[in-house]
Design a protein around this ligand. Structure first.
Ligand SMILES: O=C1O[C@H](COP(=O)(O)O)[C@@H](O)[C@H](O)[C@H]1O
Length: 259
């Protein structure tokens, strides 16, 4: 069962009794959006994170969704990626492949991983070029107001200090407002070299799910959604899409919200 906490008009915050319940609801939410956009625009553009998010998608690869979703319409991207070979244990692609992509019939050509033969800078430029091509061909929608790509759904995790994608607290990349895809060579969380979507791209999304589980993240969830008394905005607090933002929290992650 989910409790919906309304903290202000936006975002919607859903708190589940367990991570299992969260995963069940996240699967339905994602499948419903996939069906909606497949009918609306004949494609569904979905952006994945690495980390714990992938495990929370496990119910999507089970009945009824594994059979009922039209996977041929899916186009899959990464909000950030570590600049390592695709078969490296740190690769967000490998994590998603093992836990999700290998279990559903998404056409291989619709899965847009980074070019792992390039430098961080080269891979970011190459990924941005790929996105521009897909916007031109109307696979990815474009925001009328920002001009940035408008993904149908971004599935974001949040790190223990409030980072999203590879946008870390206090890092100048959080202020990037021209590039679509940027790179970092000194990530505070290993591995050091990564590429990342920028905030203008993240915030042009039609839908964002912020998925956070476990009491280890309760303090940062409280800082992000609490009374706003922290002076410096955490990256997660800079997530403010044109469309809808929905938080998926389990009880542990939400345990300090009412304190
Ligand atoms: O390094 C990363 O961390 C964040 C958060 O990961 P989590 O395991 O704490 O959920 C993740 O969203 C991002 O994609 C990843 O590269």
């Amino acid at each position: 069962m989910a409790e919906t906490v309304t903290l202000n008009s936006k975002p919607k915050v859903q708190v589940f009794d367990s991570e299992e319940d969260l995963a069940v609801s996240l699967a339905k939410y994602t499948a419903d959006l996939a069906n909606k956009f497949a009918q609306l625009r004949d494609s569904f553009t979905v952006v994945l994170s690495g980390g714990s998010l992938v495990k929370s998608l496990r119910k999507l690869v089970e009945p009824p969704y594994v059979d009922s979703v039209d996977w041929s319409k899916w186009h899959v991207f990464w909000v950030d990626e570590r600049v390592v070979p695709k078969d490296h244990p740190d690769s967000n692609y490998l994590l998603a492949y093992d836990g999700f992509l290998s279990k559903v019939p998404i056409p291989a050509g619709n899965v847009y991983a980074i070019n792992d033969a390039l430098s961080a800078e080269g891979a970011a430029d190459d990924y941005e070029t790929c996105l521009k091509h897909l916007v031109k061909n109307k696979i990815i929608d474009q925001s009328d107001s920002s001009g940035f790509p408008k993904f149908d759904l971004m599935l974001l995790g949040m790190g223990p200090y409030g980072h999203v994608a590879s946008l870390f607290p206090g890092h100048p990349l959080c202020q990037e407002n021209e590039k679509w895809v940027t790179f970092i060579k000194n990530s505070p969380k290993p591995p050091p070299e990564r590429i990342s979507f920028t905030f203008p791209v993240i915030n042009s999304s039609a839908n964002i799910a912020l998925v956070v589980a476990g009491d280890g993240k309760a303090d940062v969830v409280h800082a992000a959604l609490g009374d706003g008394s922290n002076s410096d905005k955490l990256p997660v607090q800079m997530v403010s899409p044109e469309g809808e933002l929905t938080w998926f929290l389990d009880k542990g992650a939400a345990s300090k919200l009412h304190a």
